[in-house]
Write a new protein. Structure first.
Length: 95
């Protein structure tokens, strides 16, 4: 909210600058995740969100799930996931 983002330096380009004052179309290079077979953009530590960048893990010993709002994952919090409200659907609800 309120942060000013710079536009690409190339004439008539309306995209936001990513690196070096240019957008990805005009030459800004984005680092890719270093996990084999993954082509997502790396966020932190050379890996993407899916492979653990900024992932805070459950505090239960031996659990590798990402934690939710507290210090434990859904499995260890005892909370029941909300299900879709459509009749006959058993998928988890999305916000």
């Amino acid at each position: 909210h309120g942060a000013k983002r710079k536009l690409c330096k190339k004439e008539e380009c309306t995209k936001f600058a990513v690196r070096g004052g240019v957008c990805t179309r005009h030459g800004a290079k984005m680092e890719r995740c270093n996990r084999e077979g993954c082509s997502n953009i790396a966020r932190k530590g050379g890996v993407c969100w899916r492979h653990g960048a900024n992932a805070k893990l459950c505090s239960k010993e031996g659990c590798t799930n990402q934690r939710n709002r507290g210090v434990v994952c859904m499995k260890h919090s005892g909370a029941k996931p909300k299900l879709c409200s459509s009749e006959g659907c058993v998928n988890g609800a999305r916000a």
